[in-house]
Ligand binder design. Structure first.
Ligand SMILES: O=C(O)CCC(=O)C(=O)O
Length: 195
């Protein structure tokens, strides 16, 4: 594992997963893909990818490793993790600028409130790039103006809250794919046990 960027809320590490592990995660996700949706947001072209959710009790070794790495990087227990979300973006697909926290301070809809009752908000996002043979598709953090490039096996971690306050610097986009296909795996880690 190699640390390539570290700030008080954003970390990038390389060689976290091997190419073989990335391949195993892609293969698992491919058989279960459905169109992506977004909690509490009903704008159709906002998130145009497909995804698959893999339960935490999976016996697939690469997915178990993702659970373990997420536990150790966030220092929060496995029980706080949501299922692993494997995401596929085809050419032209993207995820427009958003933050991953669910609580919009008094402007929540019913779906969001139900999600918040399942373990509180998403304190951390932990994302793994599973391939890099595409053009476009970087992850762009708007406020610091940082684009993280997909690299096979690379892991990006960011805090959605700092000292109990929403981290506005965490607003980010999955930029459109110009050529090829992009695969990632994402973990969202809640404040409390996720059920
Ligand atoms: O695809 C990306 O690079 C970003 C993914 C993303 O924004 C998310 O899952 O919250």
């Amino acid at each position: 594992m190699e640390l390539v960027l570290k700030s008080d809320w954003l970390y990038v590490m390389d060689n976290v997963l091997t190419p073989e592990e990335c391949e195993e995660v892609i293969r698992t996700g491919e058989s279960m893909m459905t169109k992506s949706t977004t909690v509490g947001i009903e704008i159709n072209d906002y998130r145009t990818s497909s995804n698959a959710f893999i339960n935490k009790d999976t016996e697939i070794p690469a997915l178990q490793k993702i659970n373990l790495i997420t536990e150790s990087l966030t220092e929060l227990p496995l029980e706080n993790q949501e299922s692993t979300c494997i995401v596929k973006y085809n050419e032209g697909e993207e995820y427009k600028v958003h933050k991953d926290n669910l609580d919009h301070g008094g402007h929540n809809n019913e779906e969001t409130n139900i999600e918040l009752e399942r373990g509180g908000d998403r304190l951390y996002s932990v994302m793994f790039y599973l391939n890099d043979d595409m053009e476009g598709g970087g992850t762009f953090f708007v406020a610091p103006g940082i684009e993280v490039r997909p690299k096979i096996g690379r892991c990006v971690v960011w805090k959605n809250y700092i000292n109990g306050v929403v981290n506005n610097k965490s607003a980010h986009a999955g930029l459109p794919i110009e050529k090829g296909v992009k695969y990632i795996a994402v973990k969202w880690v809640r404040e409390n046990k996720f059920e």
